[in-house]
Design a binder for this molecule. Structure first.
Ligand code: ADP
Length: 664
């Protein structure tokens, strides 16, 4: 060893470190004492971008480094270097790297030498880009989004695996622009190509967003895609690049289409349809136009047969053929999912309607021939159930070479069949109710006519008995005969009401209008009802009124007045009744106002209908026919009737009649 050489310094004087040696070093160098305060530092350190403050001697290292979690961590590690004397090498920070070496004085660590190295910008940016690309890739993958990129200069069409999958191709498939255009569904092709072409013109801004169907390149599966894309242009406005994403929205589109289909079906079923065949014909047509290629519907008959009553095909040219197929009806159970469905109420999904299967279900060779010409590839048979019974079966068939029904299609078909079943059940109940109402009306008409004859003779007998009674007999009979007469009167007025109702139902409420005066008739009726008012404890207030002439049926009008006035006495007992007649706007207006029990607002609408009552029969008798008949009479005279009422305050019935003359 050369003796002139100095032995390594046994002692390091921090103040004496020759800084000029370090001054021009390309990395930042700093000496810090045990309190982590800067003692010396070089020019490079002063220029480091990562540092928060301009460094100067005496400032604490903690104040120089940028604040944050990473800095707290690094300060802790630097303190460990002070404590352990173990150096720390190359810790990565956001803006650079830090290394730290202990400076010893004898066995003691008296300070630290820090090397701070800024990471060159480009590398950092590149890494950041890689990270963000990776993040983007991960989020695209988790959202099941495919990406693609097209370079018009080279014709290169790059798709990631997911995009290829959505285009129905395997990962090793080489995609090109022509193939892409060829798989767009024919119905969406023009629209999609227009959007793509528009995006390739710089004035469009380059962006596009569209939903379209594709038919898978290799798997032939139809998918709905939502595509977002952007075209890129150079400074001269030349189209340079096209890139974007595709997302499978088939499920959403299917759900939307199902909801649309069912609401359309419900709208159709809610229409006024009197014949089951008409409902079924429309349903078959709707199904064939959207969820299947053809649809045949059979209805269960009481004898177990299942005649096909409706059929429809999407293609008009095949319509005849599908109508022809209606003829073939399976007869033996166990040979057809249709007949089995009627008995078990279960639906069947024949995903692959192969030649074998067709052979098994065909009822004759002729049937098989029709089946083969119709050429369904997938079939569903679904029962139309409701009210605990199977009303019939629907056959839905798909003829597209790639189209196969799945569980979702079956669920939709079952929902449709259930709604149709419900409509058929409603129709059946409606028919039953209509027949029952018809029978009731017929019974009312016959019974009231039959009752009328003995009642008329009873009235005559009463009159004769009254006439021929000797004074002695009259005294012993007392009030009994008048009571019997009044009961027969009551009975005959009830029978008259029933007769009127049956006349109204049959549209035979004939009117016999004459020139007449209303106030006179009103006074006459009030006179006749004076006994009724007296018994009810009702005073009637009817001020002097000028005569009101019109061309009305006096007998029928009499009936209306009796009804309104006797109701006022019945439901307003003990309180006054106010009667008014006015003339206004070419109308005679009659009001009958009582201060009685009134009518709850919810009851008002049905009072004028047949048997419409708002009181319990325990408290008030009556058939609930008077107002119904009154309304029919008033309307037959082109007038109107209404009521305003408040419970416990009273009711006001108003009748308006046109002031016509015989010549009008
Ligand atoms: P009825 O009186 O024989 O039951 P109506 O057809 O004349 O039949 O009346 C129908 C229903 O209207 C009655 O049951 C009663 O609930 C209600 N109503 C009619 N007039 C009045 C009235 N003046 N005040 C309160 N309720 C009335």
């Amino acid at each position: 060893m050369n003796g002139s050489m100095e032995a390594p310094a046994a002692r390091l004087d921090l103040e004496a470190v020759p800084l000029e040696v370090l001054w021009n070093a390309p990395i930042g160098i700093a000496l810090v004492d045990r309190e982590l305060q800067l003692v010396r530092f070089n020019r490079a350190l002063a220029g480091l971008h990562g540092l928060r403050t301009r460094a100067w001697p005496g400032i604490r290292l903690a104040d120089v480094l940028p604040p944050g979690e990473a800095t707290r961590d690094i300060l802790w590690r630097i303190e460990q270097v002070l404590a352990t004397g173990q150096p720390l090498s190359r810790i990565e920070l956001e803006w650079g790297r830090v290394s730290c070496h202990p400076l010893h004085d004898g066995g003691r660590v008296v300070g630290l030498c820090l090397y701070l190295e800024e990471v060159p910008e480009p590398r950092f940016a590149h890494e950041a880009l890689q990270v963000s690309e990776e993040r983007l890739r991960m989020s695209l993958a988790s959202a099941a989004i495919g990406t693609w990129d097209y370079n018009p200069a080279t014709g290169e069409f790059l798709c990631d695996d997911r995009a290829k999958e959505l285009f129905g191709a395997s990962p090793d498939f080489r995609m090109d622009c022509e193939t892409f255009h060829s798989i767009i569904h024919p119905e969406d092709k023009e629209r999609t190509q227009q959007v793509i072409q528009r995006a390739q013109r710089p004035e469009s801004g380059g962006g596009y967003s569209i939903e379209y169907r594709v038919i898978g390149i290799q798997d032939g599966v139809e998918r709905w895609l939502s595509a977002q894309g952007r075209a890129w242009f150079d400074e001269q406005g030349q189209f340079r690049r096209f890139s974007g994403t595709v997302l499978d929205i088939t499920q959403r589109k299917r759900a939307e289409a199902s909801a649309r289909f069912l609401s359309e079906a419900s709208r159709l079923l809610a229409g006024r349809l009197d014949r089951a065949e008409e409902i079924l014909e429309r349903v078959a047509r709707l199904a064939a136009s959207s969820i299947c290629t053809y649809c045949i519907i059979g209805v269960s008959r009481a004898d177990g047969r299942l005649p096909r009553v409706a059929a429809a095909h999407r293609e008009p040219s095949k319509e005849l053929l599908v109508q022809e197929a209606r003829r073939f009806v399976p007869r033996t159970q166990g040979t057809s999912p249709l007949l089995d469905g009627v008995h078990t109420g279960r639906s069947a999904l024949i995903r692959e309607f192969t030649l074998d299967v067709r052979q098994r279900y065909a009822v004759s060779s002729e049937h098989l021939a029709v089946m083969n010409t119709l050429d369904a590839h997938s079939v569903m048979t679904v029962p139309m159930r409701a009210g605990g019974k199977v009303h019939g079966m629907m056959i839905l068939a798909a003829c597209g070479p790639q189209r196969r029904f799945d569980e979702e299609d079956l669920a939709l078909a079952e929902e449709l069949a259930a709604r149709v079943g419900m409509a058929l059940e409603n129709l059946r109940l409606y028919e039953e109710a209509r027949q029952a109402v018809g029978l009731r009306d017929e019974f009312l008409s016959v019974a009231s006519h039959e009752l009328k004859t003995p009642l008329t003779s009873l009235k005559l007998q009463h009159a004769l008995i009254g006439k021929f009674l000797t004074p002695e007999c009259r005294a012993s009979v007392g009030a009994r005969l008048p009571k019997a007469v009044s009961q027969v009167e009551r009975l005959s007025s009830l029978v008259d009401s029933l007769l009127d109702v049956s006349r109204i139902s049959a549209g035979r409420l004939g009117l016999e209008p004459v020139e007449m005066e209303l106030t006179h008739l009103l006074r006459e009726v009030m006179e006749r009802l004076s006994e009724v008012f007296a018994q009810a404890g009702c005073g009637v207030d009817f001020p002097a009124t000028p005569p009101v002439h019109g061309y009305w049926d006096p007998l029928r009008l009499d009936q209306v007045l009796v009804n309104l006035l006797s109701n006022a006495a019945k439901y307003g007992a003990g309180k006054p009744i106010h009667v008014r007649v006015q003339v206004e706007g070419g109308q005679a207006r009659l009001t009958v106002e009582d201060e009685g029990i009134g009518i709850a607002p919810g009851d008002v609408p049905r009072l004028f209908s047949r048997f419409g009552r708002a009181v319990s029969e325990r408290h008030y008798g009556g058939l609930g026919l008077g107002l119904f008949i009154s309304k029919q009479i008033v309307e037959a005279m082109e007038g109107s009737i209404r009521v305003e009422s408040q419970p416990e305050r009273g009711s006001t019935f108003t009748v308006e009649l046109p002031l016509k003359t015989a010549r009008e």
